[in-house]
Design a protein around this ligand. Structure first.
Ligand SMILES: [Zn+2]
Length: 193
């Protein structure tokens, strides 16, 4: 998407925010709100950047040959996403483990691909399996495991959930599927924050 097209789309989103504020009974010419529609549109555009990124292309920038077969773990990758049911934030941490099969991924790329899938309208379960699936199909490791813990504002704000409760999701494939010991090794490694 060209910069011109992006600016046009963000401008259109801002017009819609203006209409929403009016429907809420706000005075959109009030000093504090004059630039709010544009700011909100830019914030939403940023929070949904993942729609305009390609996880496969991100990973292909940094795939390296590697002979080892020990599990690689990156834990506690911070993320911010939006729940697709209420368009309210959910956020927390993702930990990723994989057992390489001849190739490894540049470590910073794992954090980048978490953002690719977090920065869009999501449900935590799908985000977790999409991260796993994208590493599986691009890197072809012997196995991948992804564990995610998050708090959901749509639950907390509406009092559905206790303030401090956390939702945990996981997804795994390959060697992690038939080796509970390996899964346990991963889980105990990521618990040691
Ligand atoms: Zn929700």
């Amino acid at each position: 998407m060209s910069e011109l097209d992006q600016n046009k789309t963000v401008g259109e989103i801002a017009e819609h925010y203006k209409a929403i504020l009016q429907l809420l009974g706000e005075d959109i010419n009030r000093e504090g709100l004059i630039r709010t529609p544009m700011r909100a549109a830019k914030a939403l555009w940023y929070a949904t950047q993942g729609y305009r990124e390609d996880a496969d292309a991100v990973m292909r920038q940094a795939i390296f040959h590697h002979d080892g077969s020990q599990m690689v773990i990156v834990k506690g990758i911070e993320f911010y996403s939006l729940c697709e049911h209420h368009i309210l934030p959910f956020f927390g941490h993702v930990s990723i483990g994989y057992v390489p099969d001849g190739e490894i991924l540049g470590l910073s790329k794992l954090a980048r691909i978490v953002n690719v899938f977090a920065r869009r309208l999501q449900v935590q379960e799908r985000m977790t399996s999409e991260i796993m699936e994208s590493i599986r199909t691009t890197l072809h490791p012997k196995g991948v495991i992804v564990y995610c813990e998050a708090g959901h504002l749509c639950m907390k704000m509406r009092g559905v959930e206790k303030q401090d409760s956390v939702t945990a999701t996981s997804a795994y494939c390959g060697v992690f599927e038939n080796d509970p010991q390996l899964r346990a090794e991963f889980l105990s490694a990521i618990k040691q924050y």
